[in-house]
Design a protein around this ligand. Structure first.
Ligand code: FMN
Length: 212
């Protein structure tokens, strides 16, 4: 059974809700799922994160999974500082090749249409590329994407008054994309060696291994 980790950052609950919808779809697709939040490191004013009930993500979760769904709000046009802090915390593991060949897909929310949702997806996809993950975007071949906003690079949602504008449509989009993500992850997981219980993967091949 493929193992997928959903990591989200959320101050007001929208990304927590996306994570919940993603969990429902992936579980229905027969995937083993972990839903984890990141610690919110930069809270404006006296805001309390509304999604404090999910466990905090850690390195063991990253090692455990065959694939990742990362979900972030747009904060000043970029992924939240909190999800970036979590990502940077695991830089050494990335350099050691521990995330190589795991699948990746991004989700994002923003308050406004042209104020970050597309860019947040791009930035999360850049992290996936740096980590050596296999990015699985919804793509322009997914017709439901055009009913939301046409962003083929990840699932992104422009909120209305802080909430999903159309929950049913969001469910439909997440359902269609993540069912495919589950299938691709399961297929790729059979190709690459799964992490040992210690979380260590075999080091990536060197040039000498490949060319000798
Ligand atoms: C510090 C901060 C910066 C934000 N900057 C932007 C922004 O640049 N563009 C935008 O569309 N929305 C912006 N927003 C609104 C967030 O994108 C919105 O609150 C978020 O998507 C809701 O997700 P959440 O409920 O999971 O926290 C900002 C919100 C905060 C708290």
């Amino acid at each position: 059974m493929a193992r997928i980790l959903i990591v989200f950052s959320s101050l007001f609950g929208a990304n927590a809700q996306l994570a919940e919808l993603a969990d429902t779809t992936l579980t229905a697709a027969g995937v083993e799922v972990r839903v984890r939040r990141v610690a919110e490191v930069a809270l404006p004013g006296d805001v309390q994160p509304s999604a404090a009930d999910a466990p905090l993500a850690d390195g063991a979760d990253l090692d455990w999974a065959d694939g990742y769904v990362f979900s972030s709000p747009s904060h000043t046009g970029l992924p939240s500082a909190s999800i970036k802090a979590f990502i940077d915390e695991h830089h050494d593991a990335a350099v050691a090749g521990r995330f190589l060949d795991k699948t990746f897909t991004a989700m994002a929310t923003s308050g406004f249409a042209h104020a970050g949702q597309e860019r947040v997806v791009d930035d999360l996809n850049a992290v996936a590329a740096a980590w050596g993950c296999v990015i699985v975007p919804p793509s322009t071949a997914n017709p439901i994407i055009n009913k939301i906003n046409g962003n083929p690079y990840g699932l992104s949602f422009v909120l209305e008054h802080g909430k999903l504008a159309d929950r049913k449509l969001a469910e439909e989009a997440i359902g269609a994309h993540l069912a495919r993500f589950a299938a691709v992850t399961a297929a790729i997981a059979t190709l690459s060696e799964r992490p040992a219980p210690s979380g260590q993967r075999k080091p990536p091949p060197t040039a000498a291994d490949v060319f000798s």
